[in-house]
Design a protein around this ligand. Structure first.
Ligand code: HEC
Length: 136
């Protein structure tokens, strides 16, 4: 029995350690995702201004990848005492942004660049809506 306790204690400790390592790694990941979001959003804007379907497609794919990475980080990781009460709103921002990127991908497939541009504006709105929640 005490052997069993020992094993479960060890298991618990290694779980804590794993979580610690995970949290430590998620932090730089999160900032990197944000910095890359900014870079890709600037580049996709340029692509729209050039009216280049191909360049917009490249940036849409990069943004979608970043969005997938963001989805994998639980929002609870970057919430604190002040922002915890907005968790639902923040979860929604992550979801909406991903949906807009999905819709943009579909718009680009049917060569509807105007629709894709509207998706771009909606995504920009999601970036800002989320940041506002963190700056109170
Ligand atoms: C789910 C919420 C959320 C969404 C959506 C989001 N961000 Fe952020 N972003 C944050 C948080 C949290 C921070 C860091 C803390 C803060 O801003 O107070 C941040 C920080 C940043 C930073 C500063 C990074 C640094 O530390 O130098 C940039 C740039 C940025 N975001 C760009 C974007 C862009 C562009 C988008 C949209 C494509 C976006 N973010 C979408 C939550 C979000």
């Amino acid at each position: 029995m005490s052997n069993y306790k020992n094993v479960s204690k060890r298991f618990f400790l290694s779980l804590c350690f794993a979580y610690f390592v995970y949290a430590e790694n998620a932090a730089p990941d999160f900032v990197n995702i944000m910095l890359n979001f900014e870079k890709e959003m600037n580049l996709i804007q340029e692509a729209f201004l050039k009216n280049s379907q191909t360049l917009v497609e490249v940036r849409q794919r990069r943004l979608k990848k970043l969005s997938n990475q963001l989805k994998e980080i639980p929002t609870s990781f970057y919430l604190d005492k002040k922002t915890r009460k907005f968790q639902n709103l923040i979860d929604l921002r992550v979801m909406r942004m991903d949906e807009e990127l999905e819709a943009m991908g579909k718009a680009l497939k049917r060569k509807d660049i105007d629709f894709a541009f509207q998706n771009y504006l909606n995504i920009l709105n999601e970036c800002n809506s989320c940041h506002i929640l963190f700056h109170r």
